[in-house]
Design a protein around this ligand. Structure first.
Ligand code: ZN
Length: 202
C-alpha cells in the first residue's frame, strides 16, 4: 500500500506557513514504513531538532482506479479516518529552499499516525469537524468545508498520476494551528466527538 499526502489544502494553514496558494494540489508520498504501529508511542528521531503535528482527515481507498472522474470518486472509498502527518518543519524548510524533495522531513519512520476508520455514511463529509488535542488542550480544529480541493476532487487529481489500489490511504491536508510536539505529550484526535487515536510522544 502507499500513502498519498496533500499539502496546502486549507487557506489559513497556507497563510500561517507563508506559502503560496497553489493552483493545483501539492502531492507527496510516504512509504508504508512511515506508519506508526498501532498503540505504539512515537519516538522523536535522534537527528531531529523538532517534529511538528498536522492533523488530517484520511480516506481509505477500497478498489483499484486510475483516471477516476470526480463524479464517480465516492465509489472508491467507504471509510474515512483521522491521522497526523508528522513533519520536521526546520528540515522541510531547508529542503524547500533548495528545491529538494521533502521525504526526509515527512516520510521518516513513524511519521504517519493513522487512527480508527469509520464508515463514511456516519458523517457529512462536506461539513465534518475534526480536531487535535495535546495533553487535553485543543491545538487544531478543522472543518472539511474549508478544503480548497474536496475529497472527490483530490481522488480525481491524484489518480491521474498514481493508480489507486485497495488499502491506499490519502492524507487530505491540515488546517491551521500546526506546532511542535514534545516528549511526554499525548496527542488525541477526534472526528466530531469520536476519539480516533491517542499517541504518546517519547
Ligand atoms: Zn500534511
Amino acid at each position: 500500500m502507499k500513502i498519498i499526502c496533500i499539502g496546502r489544502n486549507y487557506a489559513k494553514h497556507i497563510a500561517e506557513l507563508q506559502n503560496e496558494r497553489p493552483t493545483e494540489p501539492v502531492i507527496f508520498l510516504k512509504p508504508d514504513s512511515a506508519i506508526l504501529a498501532n498503540k505504539m508511542p512515537f519516538f522523536i528521531p535522534d537527528w531531529s531538532n523538532g517534529i511538528h503535528y498536522e492533523v488530517e482527515i484520511l480516506v481509505k481507498i477500497n478498489r483499484v482506479g486510475k483516471y477516476i472522474d470526480a463524479k464517480f470518486a465516492s465509489k472508491y472509498y467507504n471509510e474515512i479516518g483521522l491521522g497526523v502527518d508528522l513533519t520536521d518543519r526546520e528540515l522541510q524548510s531547508k529542503l524547500k529552499e533548495k528545491g529538494l524533495p521533502w521525504e526526509k522531513a515527512k516520510a521518516f519512520d513513524g511519521s504517519a499516525i493513522i487512527g480508527n476508520f469509520y464508515d463514511k455514511s456516519e458523517f457529512d463529509l462536506e461539513n465534518l469537524n475534526f480536531s487535535l488535542q495535546i495533553n487535553e488542550n485543543l491545538v487544531q480544529n478543522g472543518n472539511t468545508k474549508a478544503m480548497l480541493w474536496k475529497i472527490d476532487e483530490l481522488i480525481a487529481y491524484v489518480s491521474q498520476y498514481f493508480t489507486l489500489k485497495k488499502g491506499d490511504i490519502i492524507f487530505t491536508g491540515t488546517p491551521q494551528g500546526v506546532g511542535q510536539v514534545f516528549e511526554n505529550d499525548i496527542l488525541t484526535g477526534f472526528i466530531e466527538s469520536k476519539e480516533a487515536f491517542s499517541v504518546k510522544i517519547k
